[in-house]
Design a binder for this molecule. Sequence first.
Ligand code: ATP
Ligand code: MG
Length: 330
Amino acid sequence: MTRPMTTPHTVTNQANGEERTPAFATPDEVVARLRDQDYLADPRIGMTVFLADRLQKPVLVEGPAGVGKTELARSVALATGARLIRLQCYEGLDESKALYEWNYKKQLLRIQADDRREAWSELEEDIFSEAFLLDRPLLAAIRSSEPVVLLIDEIDRVEVEAEALMLEVLSDFQVTIPELGTVTATRRPTVFLTSNGTRDLSEALKRRCLYLHLTYPSVEREREILLARVPGLSDGLGDQVARLVRTIRDLDLKKPPSISEAIDWARTLIVLGMASIRPDEAPETLNVLLKHEADIEKARRALLGLPPVEDASGQIHSDLFRQREAPTSQ
Ligand SMILES: Nc1ncnc2c1ncn2[C@@H]1O[C@H](COP(=O)(O)OP(=O)(O)OP(=O)(O)O)[C@@H](O)[C@H]1O
Ligand SMILES: [Mg+2]
């Protein structure tokens, strides 16, 4: 049962106390506007994005690979006409790549060109000023006067210490630069952090965020996603692909197929000129969907209606079986 919602036309901007127009009137509007960008969101996603805008809180989006975490941030930027600023995280990410860096070359040139022989204090004040600052994604997002969606992608790849760099930005929407002072956002960016859950994130980071867990969609939603994302896909083939992908995901696999792999599979079938696909025709192209030999073998046997094969340790013995099943060449 959905409760009708009445929401205010303006909300107070927590950054400067001014009134601002919210990006969305209702959670349903979020879903509709994301759909306009070919992003098919369920009501939970709609509600989370709605609240992120109203409460001005970052969203931590967690879930397996290829389920639409990054695409959600991109689609929200498109839907709201905001600029997308992306910080791709990696092991070893530091302040100079995430927040800001001083333009050392320019500072050096300025020092060399100092023919007036200024006192060091004057020179220092000059070379640590705005003109010598290079902003990196977090600072750029904070300083932007335009609406911004800040995507901190794959945050679980950075070390816990680097996570701490983000905390000031995520809680106070500000960055402190010792030589310049504190830069505070006049317009808070909408922030998405994504994680594949390869490690636990700190409680301090989680506390500052709304949490959204994305997983594989229902057959119906996946069919809609396929139809939206794959040009030339018929309703019928879209439905068959979504159903087969679901059957395959229900097997106990090392790595179940993601939405992006389902999209690749539908594209493959179109390239091959197939107007429909039966389960027994699927095994030929399973390598587009699955990336582990044991998974391919398991799915192949399930789709062909063959019993699963296990050795004493419970491992699939695909090579053994291929040998046994291979036609004898005589
Ligand atoms: N809800 C959706 N609506 C439409 N397309 C979607 C949806 N979810 C996923 N996709 C499609 O799947 C592709 C992969 O999604 P995305 O790159 O966002 O995955 P991800 O969760 O960020 O994966 P990874 O963890 O590997 O980075 C997108 O480019 C998009 O085409
Ligand atoms: Mg991603």
